[in-house]
Ligand binder design. Structure first.
Ligand SMILES: [Zn+2]
Length: 185
């Protein structure tokens, strides 16, 4: 029985690196994978998963309207098999997306590995993370370190002057983030 995995972490912990390593492991064994990433501007219909240590791979872009189950079922009509789905930026998934990914595990028997940030800059769950934490078969934390040496689990939003921002929209382009431990948060 295929499983739904959620690999969660603070920002900049190496989620994309971990995803690309898993993809490599599958492909090295002759298996077929599908990679997905979120985008707020899907200009080309093709996205990239880029890790900070230089690895990169093409990925299918999903937005709010995207249906993972429909996509995979259509894909399987023309292609012999898919052995694994890898989903980056999984915190941006909607409740419906997570339901579709669960169905892909349960009815198509294809494992799904989702990678995302657990909480936003206010310490609130992202929608995708909320349902992945609730419904995934396996939860696994990708760890990184706070400046104080403790495990970083939270994300601070920083403005261009280096000041902490504590109010605003959940998603905002143009701010930087620092991952910190709960106490430093
Ligand atoms: Zn700390």
């Amino acid at each position: 029985m295929a499983k739904l995995y959620f690999y969660y972490s603070a920002m900049n912990a190496g989620k994309s690196t971990s995803l690309l390593q898993s993809d490599y492991n599958y492909r090295e064994r002759g298996m077929e994978t599908l990679l997905f990433t979120a985008s707020f501007d899907d200009r080309y219909g093709v996205g990239n998963i880029t890790s900070r240590i230089g690895l990169q791979a093409e990925a299918i872009i999903y937005d709010e309207e995207f249906d993972f189950l429909e996509y995979v079922e259509t894909y399987l009509m023309e292609s012999s098999r898919v052995n694994c789905l890898l989903v980056d930026e999984a915190h941006f998934l909607t409740k419906e997306h997570v339901q579709q990914l669960s169905d892909i595990c349960d009815y198509l028997d294809i494992p799904v590995l989702a990678y995302g940030i657990r909480t936003d800059f206010r310490g609130e769950l992202f929608s995708g993370s909320r349902y992945l934490l609730a419904w995934a078969d396996k939860l696994s934390e990708i760890k990184t370190v706070c400046h104080c040496g403790r495990k970083a689990s939270m994300n601070l939003r920083i403005d261009k002057n280096g000041a902490v921002v504590s109010e605003g929209e959940q998603v905002h382009i143009g701010h930087d983030y620092v991952s910190v431990c709960r106490q430093s948060f």
